[in-house]
Design a protein around this ligand. Structure first.
Ligand SMILES: Cc1cc2nc3c(=O)[nH]c(=O)nc-3n(C[C@H](O)[C@H](O)[C@H](O)COP(=O)(O)OP(=O)(O)OC[C@H]3O[C@@H](n4cnc5c(N)ncnc54)[C@H](O)[C@@H]3O)c2cc1C
Length: 425
């Protein structure tokens, strides 16, 4: 994103910024701040890219513009919850903690509120691929973004009308789709066709080659440009008269600015600066299967089973589940069994028990209205925030980075950050 010269800090007096959290959002933000002339220190308690950004499906889901909270979701929530292999779960031990969040989530489903979120998500998603292209071209890793296309599939022939309706809905947003069946479907995905009735093909959809590899490349570019990395837990980021002090167990560091990009873990840091944000961890699971010659040509989403399979450099990744289980519970083993169940139904050759599989669970950072926070502290503009991108954190990372750094430099961006205010709740 181009900045007027006046806003670029000069080489003689580079301003300093701490980016807290080295997930995909923090990594993109750190690089964007460097591009704007800042001296950047990235802090994470672990190695970069090992949070939610490690194990996602690698799919840039720009067509997902409906907020998670809408009347359709509310109507289907109970059957989804009761289905033993269903995509939604609310662990009993966390239920009492999640109730206030659920009430906000239900309120956010009102047609008026959902329409506002949809408009804001549409703005982010529409700009997300161009922002990724700018970021990846800048670091010489453009090949990490692939125009793969995407198939949204149905198994039940009577749901053909659903696909047609969805195609018209997508057309309203200018998203191209093609209804595919029979031979055309077999041509697109020879492994799967026997189990499918029909699909919508999104020819322009993109994915990345491998999400963790992408994090490593972003981090390497950041370090090669003079970035500093401190592997420590950040206990507080407190605004001072001038700048922000960032406290770790070993030291207090001073910066001109700090940007909090701590994914699902931001709540405590925000409480420390007087902000109470209803951020929840939406747990999701994956299997990464070394599937040998069982190949998919595109990321595949199942409209009925609500999970995604994605062909990545690291293997065939099967992802899904929305488990409102907070930050501390252990993964629930039967969710992996459900992912196996669904993937084998669509790709029967995956039933081979000798295929090597790795299992993983991660925390999506989610606010009740499905919008991220991209903002400055209302009283201390030197402290900024970029987190809460829910199921779309990979999709929106590069554009979120441009927007939050735009707020820091005072540069006007084309997208208004008003819907993403930290104090909107
Ligand atoms: C199963 C699954 C599949 C998904 N598939 C997709 C997909 O296909 N496409 C898509 O767009 N999105 C997808 N997502 C969502 C996406 O992965 C997340 O939205 C995104 O990774 C969030 O990135 P982040 O940088 O905000 O958070 P994270 O990657 O979680 O990074 C946050 C970082 O902050 C650090 N941190 C937190 N607190 C502190 C602290 N106090 N001090 C120091 N460090 C701290 C953590 O260690 C972590 O490294 C998926 C998510 C899951 C779980």
């Amino acid at each position: 994103m181009q900045l007027p010269d006046a806003n670029i800090t000069t080489a003689a007096s580079p301003k300093t910024v701490a980016v807290v959290g080295a997930g995909i959002v923090g990594l993109c933000t750190a690089l964007e701040a460097q591009r704007n002339g800042y001296r950047v220190t990235l802090l994470d308690r672990g190695e970069p890219g090992l949070g939610a950004s490690f194990g996602n499906a690698g799919y840039l889901a720009t067509e997902l513009m409906d907020p998670l909270s809408n009347l359709k979701t509310l109507r289907s929530a109970l059957p989804m919850w009761l289905n033993p292999h269903g995509p939604l779960s609310l662990p009993m031990s966390h239920l009492h903690r999640i109730i206030p969040w659920l009430l906000r989530f239900i309120c956010a489903a009102s047609p008026e509120s959902a329409a506002k979120s949809r408009h804001a998500l549409q703005q982010l998603n529409t700009e997300s691929i161009s922002a990724w292209k700018r970021c990846l071209t800048d670091i010489g890793a453009r090949e990490q973004l692939v125009q793969s296309g995407y198939l949204l599939v149905w198994e039940t022939p009577s749901k053909l009308a659903d696909a047609k309706q969805h195609a018209s809905y997508m057309a309203q947003f200018g998203i191209k789709t093609e209804l595919v069946q029979g031979e055309r479907l077999a041509q697109l995905e020879p492994e799967m066709a026997d189990n499918l009735s029909h699909a919508l093909f999104f020819p322009d959809a993109c994915r990345v080659r491998e999400p963790y590899q992408l994090c490593k490349l972003l981090f390497a570019a950041f370090m090669s440009r003079g970035g500093t990395f401190i592997q420590q837990e950040v206990q507080a980021a407190l605004p001072q008269n001038k700048g922000v002090s960032v406290q770790t167990p070993e030291e207090i560091h001073q910066f001109d600015h700090a940007i909090i990009c701590t994914g699902a873990w931001g709540k405590q840091l925000l409480k420390g600066v007087g902000l109470d944000v209803p951020l929840e961890a939406e747990r999701g699971y994956h299997l990464t299967i070394d599937a040998g010659n069982i190949r998919l040509n595109h990321p595949i989403g199942s409209a009925e089973r609500r999970f995604v399979m994605s062909p990545l450099d690291s293997g065939l990744r099967v992802v899904g589940m929305t488990e409102l289980g907070g930050l501390n519970l252990k993964p629930v083993k039967r969710r992996y069994a459900s992912l196996r169940h669904h993937s084998r139904k669509l790709l029967p050759r995956l039933s081979d028990p000798t295929l090597p599989v790795s299992e993983w669970m991660g925390h999506r950072p989610t606010l009740p209205d499905s919008l991220p926070v991209i903002d400055r502290h209302p009283d201390h503009p030197q402290l900024l925030f970029a987190f809460g991108n829910q199921h779309l954190g990979l999709t929106q990372a590069a554009i979120s980075a441009e927007l939050v750094v735009g707020l820091m430099t005072g540069n006007n961006t084309e997208i208004s950050c008003e819907p993403f205010r930290v104090d909107r709740f």
